[in-house]
Ligand binder design. Structure first.
Ligand code: TPP
Ligand code: SF4
Ligand code: MG
Length: 327
């Protein structure tokens, strides 16, 4: 008997993501919130490799493979093609030699006959490596051109698909294969890059963070972003079981603790104004609770040096609480 999914989704089972993968779960909710009238340009990474093994695809929407660095540029090309087809359809319909040129970034696809089939969402997405590091220049270009595209970053805080190398998003002290702790190292020595501020500096109309610990929030943010015209950025913290050395059963718990401790502020900006923050509970969870569930921070629980680092991470959480008024 063929397998029947207990629910309908635009991302089908049969992908090869790990059990407990936060990225694939967040991806499903992004897609389902966006709906069937959506085109995706996806950077390579776990979200691509696990969903599109030739000749199969998990996507029930038009989805195009991009290289590691250029999902946003591929989306820019799709947008240009959509505008062109829309202009052509407009000429065809009016049968006038001087058809009205469409200059605004209207996302409209046309049916093969040339009739408009409604507004189409355009999403570019990628992991943190694709977003914070290698694709940043092309994302910046798309934002500068004020293109009507939602960019979604699935932030699992390292290059997971190629074996857990540190990225610009990796938090301080995390153990990755390129930032191993040892006699002279406490793990990653660099602070996580602040992509939210980079997006805000580009005047994106919508900038928000979320975690896979609250999938309803992800859905609401995708819908809100897609209702707005212009460049939009959504960054979702997603647990990675082998990369964070977590238990599959803790995927949601760990992501929730990231928000509840203040170490991963969940914020929402519209037109550059902070309009919403997810408040931390009272009493607030300590970062220790968050860190101890993850093997990537195991070395911090061994000695005094580690305890000092945990204090530093706690201070960072306190700074976030003050900065975003999280309590
Ligand atoms: C130009 C280029 N460099 C390196 C790679 C190899 N590569 C493919 S996926 C990947 C890691 C992706 O990391 P991230 O964007 O964080 O996504 P994740 O797998 O963590 O979801 C790397 C390094 C590539 N495909 N192209
Ligand atoms: S390695 Fe991490 S991101 Fe990749 S499929 Fe597994 S859990 Fe998901
Ligand atoms: Mg990653």
């Amino acid at each position: 008997m063929p397998y029947q999914m207990p629910f309908k989704s635009l991302l089908t089972p049969g992908h090869t993501a790990c059990a407990g993968c936060g990225e694939i779960l967040a991806m499903r909710h992004v897609l389902d919130a966006a709906g069937a009238n959506t085109i995706i340009a996806g950077a390579t990474g776990c979200g691509e490799v696990t969903t599109s093994k030739y000749p199969t695809s998990s996507f029930r929407v038009p989805w195009i493979h991009a290289n590691f660095e250029n999902a946003s540029a591929v989306a820019s090309g799709i947008l240009a093609a959509m505008r062109y087809r829309c202009n052509e359809a407009s000429k065809h319909r009016s049968n006038e030699s001087k058809a009205q040129e469409i200059s605004e970034p209207v996302n409209q696809l046309t049916s093969p006959e040339g009739a408009p089939s409604g507004s189409t969402n355009l999403i570019a997405w990628g992991g943190d490596g694709a977003t914070f590091d290698i694709g940043l220049g092309l994302i910046s270009g798309s934002w500068e051109r004020r293109e009507n595209i939602l960019y979604v970053c699935f932030d699992n805080e390292a290059y997971m698909n190629t074996g857990v190398q540190a990225s610009g998003s990796t938090p301080i002290d995390a153990n990755t294969t390129t930032s191993e702790p040892g006699a002279k190292s406490m793990g990653n020595s660099l602070q996580k890059k602040d992509m939210v501020r980079i997006a805000l500096a580009h005047d994106c109309v919508y900038v928000a963070t979320a975690t896979v610990g609250n999938v309803l929030d992800i859905e609401a943010k995708v819908k809100k972003a897609l209702s707005m015209t212009g460049p939009k950025y959504l960054q979702i913290l997603v647990t990675c079981v082998p990369g964070w050395y977590t238990d599959a059963k803790d995927t949601i718990k760990v992501a929730r603790l990231a928000q509840q401790t203040g170490i991963y502020p969940v914020v929402e900006y519209v037109d550059g104004k902070l309009v919403n923050v997810a408040k931390c509970p009272r009493p607030r969870s300590s970062v220790e609770e968050y860190l101890k569930l993850q093997g990537r921070f195991k070395h911090l629980f061994k000695d005094e040096k580690g305890a000092t680092e945990i204090k530093r991470i706690q201070e960072k959480a306190e700074e976030n609480v003050r900065k975003y008024n999280l309590q």
